[in-house]
Design a protein around this ligand. Structure first.
Ligand SMILES: [Zn+2]
Length: 63
């Protein structure tokens, strides 16, 4: 199974909390107890890129 880890504390996320379509992408949103949010963008079921937002920096950034 595909494992997604928090880019800041490396903890493995459990199930995504939300999922939606963004153009040709499927977006899956994760949230870590350390305060970092991650959005993974997939196209045709494959990882394309991910954005993260930490509690220290309130902007979305590519991981
Ligand atoms: Zn974390």
């Amino acid at each position: 199974m595909h494992v997604v880890k928090c880019p800041d504390c490396m903890k493995e996320y459990e199930e995504h909390k939300k999922k939606w379509k963004y153009g040709r992408f499927d977006v899956e949103a994760y949230s870590c107890e350390c305060g970092t949010d991650l959005r993974e963008y997939k196209m045709d079921g494959k990882h394309s890129f991910a954005l993260k937002k930490s509690k220290h920096d309130n902007r979305w950034k590519k991981t």
